[in-house]
Structures are given as C-alpha cells and as structure tokens.
Ligand binder design. Structure first.
Ligand code: NAD
Length: 368
C-alpha cells in the first residue's frame, strides 16, 4: 500500500470549514483505492499572524512541514481582521506569494467548468452553453511582467515614470508549454496558445517556442489566439476551448474571466505545480480559486466543492492516484446532477435540494 504525505493548510474564513469536507472525502477514497495518506496541519495566513503576534503569516514550521510533504492542500487566507497590517505581512502577500516562490510553483492550472445543470448560474446566455463547458487554463506563474526587472518608479526628464519589465526566457516558455501539452493529451487534445504576438517581442518568442514544443505532441492540435480575441471568444463560445496556455499577466485575467462565466467561485479548484523531480514526482499546492469569503465564514454554508476538487487535482498531479481523482470528480458531478445545492448554486428549481457545507460533503462521500 503506497504511503503519501500531505501538508494541510486550512487558513482563514471558510478555509477550515471546507477543508473539513475534503478530509472526509480523502478518508473515503484512500480506503476505497487502498492508499495511505499521512496528513499534518499547519498554520498559515491570518491564523498564523494571530498565533505569532502579527509577526508572520508563514511561520518557519509551516514552511518546513510543507518541504517534507509530497503536496500541499491549501484552504484560503485573508480577511478584514488583518487588513490594517503592513501589506508585506498581510495573509496573501506574506504567505501565498512567498510560498509560490519558495517552491518554484511555475504552472498554475485552473479549470473553468460549467456543469450542464448549472448553466443558470453563468451570466452567459443559456443557449450558448446548453451543454456547459470544461476549459483548462494553464498559466505561467513565476515569470513575465509580474517579476521582470527593472520594476521601479523614477523621474525621467522631470516627469514621474513607472516601469514594469516583461521578460520570458525560452526555458520558461518551454516548461509551461510541456505542462499544457501533457494536460491536453489527457483531455480532448486541443491546445490554444494565447499571446499578443502582433505587438510584443515576448509573445513572438512565446509562439515560436510553443510551436517547437508541439512537434513532441503530434496528437495535440495547436491553435493560437491574440489575448484580446481570446477574451472575446471565451464569452462568445467557451465550449470551443479545451486547454489554454498563456503567460502570467494574460492568464491572470483570462482565468478570472473563466471563473466568472463558469458560475460560482465555490466550484472551482486550482493547482500550482513545480518542476517534476528526477523521479518524476511533481510537488504542488492545491487550493480553491476563490478566497476566504469572510461574508459567509462561520455560518456552515460555504460550498466545499472547490476544496474537494482541489484535493482531486492533488491526487492526480502530485500523488498519481488518478483513479481516486476521477472518482471524486464523478461523485461531485453526480451530486450536482442529483440537485444537491449549497446556497451559491441554488436556484430553487424543481428537483433541487438546498444543503449546508457538511451535507454537501456527505452527499459527495455517499456517491463515491
Ligand atoms: P472571495 O473569493 O473570498 O469571495 C467572493 C465572493 O464569492 C463572496 O461573496 C463569497 O461569499 C463567494 N464565495 C467564495 N468562495 C465561496 C464558496 N466556497 N462557497 C460559496 N461562496 C463562495 O473574494 P474576496 O471577498 O475578494 O476576498 C476575501 C478575502 O480572501 C480577502 O482577504 C482576500 O485577500 C482573500 N483571498 C484569498 C485568496 C487565497 O487565499 N488564495 C484568493 C482570493 C482572495
């Protein structure tokens, strides 16, 4: 029986509430598919600030615990309680960003899925997405304009100027392209690379490298779109897309657009992956796409599906427990198909049953 180790970081707001449900699901799949997972829980974000007298949102012990694990299951961090603190130590900036950097998590995978039974929750007209859609956005997370140097404000010829630099190395583009092609291989084998090659040198290189990498994946059909057009096509007809690969800035915006047209943030997981080690193991941090939802925290009504699907991604990408991951995904689909709804996706239609966080977790476990 294989033994895996995960670091669990529930964080703030609804984080601990939805993590509880992910635990139940993990217990059920590990028994069903006969693997063992040792889990250790650590403080992160506001909870860590509270415990350290506002010194750090990312304590040494948390970092060390994560280093010793095969993967991190993350809840969410932040909330009004910590917003008065200096920006650099606030939960998101002081915990999440350093974590991504520390572990070299360069590949961000965000599925944008609209279930056919939930098309009413999407702001897109029902007839355009009658069968829902399932798009995966692969965003480069540690390069591009967010990190390029120089990054500064200064006075040039008597006028204030702000400078951000967009830099992409061939190697950075190549490794994210491989992640995207591999993801497409396991899906509908269509990859759309999004850039701005009509204007940016970065994008010209991006396109060249993606085309080169494509030669290693002859079964995947590659297309290219300029980012402005991609933003429009996603709204016009999202079902046309399978996998999208793009840089840090464009991916930031497009993945949020995808979350919006999918319906509820409470449904969408995400994975941030590092480079595979020599044995082929990929370390990753898995978290819901949404935040700590302070407006509903403590009420037991948050949707745990994003956290549960983040666990499924962890099982697939870091623990290579594909069967367990697929079983969770189908159990979630069945629960939705059977009309089980937390408040965020409840529309009072016939056949729907409104449930709380733990009832949704139980409904998913029942269907496993
Ligand atoms: P948010 O994603 O927390 O909430 C936006 C809206 O979506 C809210 O109405 C919320 O109730 C709803 N929502 C989110 N997840 C839900 C779920 N699982 N079930 C039901 N409804 C859900 O975004 P925000 O309000 O802008 O941010 C709140 C806090 O979260 C801030 O402190 C922000 O910095 C932090 N945040 C953290 C992360 C992270 O940890 N990765 C990401 C985004 C925001």
């Amino acid at each position: 029986m294989s033994l895996h180790r995960i670091a669990v970081l529930p964080g703030d707001g609804i984080g601990p509430e939805v993590m509880e449900e992910a635990h139940k699901v993990l217990a059920a799949v590990s028994e069903k598919f006969e693997f063992e997972v040792s889990q250790e829980t650590f403080l992160i974000g506001g909870a860590a600030l509270d415990a350290t007298d506002n010194i750090t949102a990312l304590p040494e012990a948390t970092l060390k615990g994560c280093e010793e694990a095969d993967a991190i299951l993350f809840g969410s961090v932040g909330g009004p309680k910590w917003e008065h603190l200096p920006p650099d130590i606030q939960p998101e900036r002081g915990a999440l960003l350093p974590m991504r950097k520390h572990f070299g998590l360069f590949a961000n995978l965000r599925p944008g899925v609209c279930h056919p039974n939930l098309i009413d929750a999407s702001p897109v007209k029902n007839e355009l997405i009658a069968n829902g859609f399932n798009v995966l956005c692969v965003r480069e997370l540690t390069g591009g304009i967010y990190f390029g140097e120089p990054k500064e404000r200064k006075v040039i010829e008597g006028e204030e100027v702000a400078i951000d630099t967009m830099v992409y190395r061939r190697s950075e583009i190549k490794r994210i392209a491989h992640v995207a092609f591999k993801a497409a291989q396991g899906r509908d084998k269509r990859l759309c690379s999004v850039d701005k090659a009509n204007v940016l040198q970065n994008s010209v290189l991006w396109r060249e490298v993606v085309i080169e990498v494509a030669k290693e994946y002859p079964e995947v059909t590659l297309s290219h779109l300029y980012v402005d057009n991609a933003a429009m096509q996603l709204i016009r007809h999202a079902p046309d897309f399978d996998v999208i690969v793009t840089g840090n800035l464009f991916g930031d915006i497009l993945s949020d657009e995808m979350a919006m047209i999918s319906g509820s943030l409470g449904l969408l997981p995400s994975a941030s992956l590092g480079e595979p080690d020599p044995e082929g193991h990929t370390f990753g941090l898995y978290e819901p796409s949404g935040g700590s939802a302070p407006d509903i925290a403590g009420q037991g009504i948050a949707n745990p599906i994003a956290q549960i699907l983040s666990l499924a991604m962890l099982l697939r990408y870091s623990l290579e427990e594909d069967e367990a991951a697929s079983a969770i995904e189908s159990a979630v689909e069945q629960a939705i198909g059977d009309g089980i709804r937390t408040g965020d996706i409840f529309s009072a239609k016939e056949g729907e049953r409104k449930v709380n966080t733990s009832e949704m977790g139980a409904a998913i476990v029942e269907r496993l």
